[in-house]
Design a protein. Structure first.
Length: 251
């Protein structure tokens, strides 16, 4: 890892949160080194979107070098309501094509939230519990501090449920819908904050100045539903892997 120094007010953040600052091109490999510890047969919570792409690419490289990943079991953080799982913009399609298939993980070991009812949400919670819980959860952070699709206002005790997506979140995701905000789903099913915090370990990946205000508030600010990522301060084992821009003090 190149010599990138940690801002002094983040060293250390707390006894239970480790912050690793590295060059943008190193984030994926550094985070993958943490995630690889749950192989060959652990339960891995997977985030979607652009933030963890380099992490998954690094895991795939490690598989070609001998890391056994076929026995991993995957639970996705969230899914849009109303998109079929074969829609290329769905997170089911993302998990299948970006993570599971390249890592040799069979479809029977992959779960993604689906449906739109309380019963569907409860079934997902049961599936996680029946798997023995999540050994390591990967998360990103939204510009408004969301984790999963837990938008500002999400309380610490929330569980898997259907949520209304914030307009800022929909605008950020419009690029995947040909830039047309009207085509971006308005609702999603997401693991709740309490569901995420139940994982034994959490790895958060972040890059770019656009995430800096939310990330620094999550790490150093008050624990509040206004920034759902701040609830990670209550978790006993969190590793944050970020580049210098994502940790800038002037954002």
């Amino acid at each position: 890892m190149t010599g990138v120094t940690l801002p002094t007010d983040l060293a250390p953040v707390s006894a239970t949160t480790r912050v690793v600052v590295c060059a943008p091109e190193e984030i994926g490999d550094v985070a993958a080194g943490v995630v690889a510890t749950v192989a060959p047969d652990g339960v891995l919570g997977v985030a979607t979107g652009s933030s963890p792409l380099a992490l998954y690419a690094a895991l795939i490289r490690r598989r070609t070098e001998g890391l056994a990943t076929e026995g991993l079991r995957l639970f996705a953080l969230d899914e849009y309501v109303g998109l079929p799982d074969d829609d290329p913009r769905s997170y089911a399609a993302y998990v299948r094509s970006v993570i599971a298939e390249p890592l040799g993980i069979p479809a029977a070991h992959v779960r993604v939230p689906s449906g739109s009812t309380a019963a569907d949400a409860a079934a997902y919670e049961r599936a996680i519990a029946e798997a023995g819980g999540v050994d390591l959860q990967i998360v990103g952070i939204g510009r408004n501090g969301h984790i999963g699709f837990n938008e500002p206002g999400s309380d610490a005790d929330t569980r898997t449920r259907v949520v209304t997506l914030d307009e800022s979140t929909r605008r950020a995701n419009a690029e995947h819908f040909d830039g047309d905000l009207a085509r971006v789903p308005t609702h999603a099913m997401t693991q709740g904050v309490a569901t995420i915090l139940a994982a034994r370990r959490i790895v958060l990946v972040a890059s770019g100045a656009a995430k800096a205000a939310a990330l620094r508030s999550a790490l150093l600010g008050p624990v509040t539903a206004d920034n759902p990522a701040s609830f990670l301060q209550r978790h006993p084992d969190v590793t944050v892997v970020a580049d210098p821009d994502a940790l800038r003090e002037d954002r």
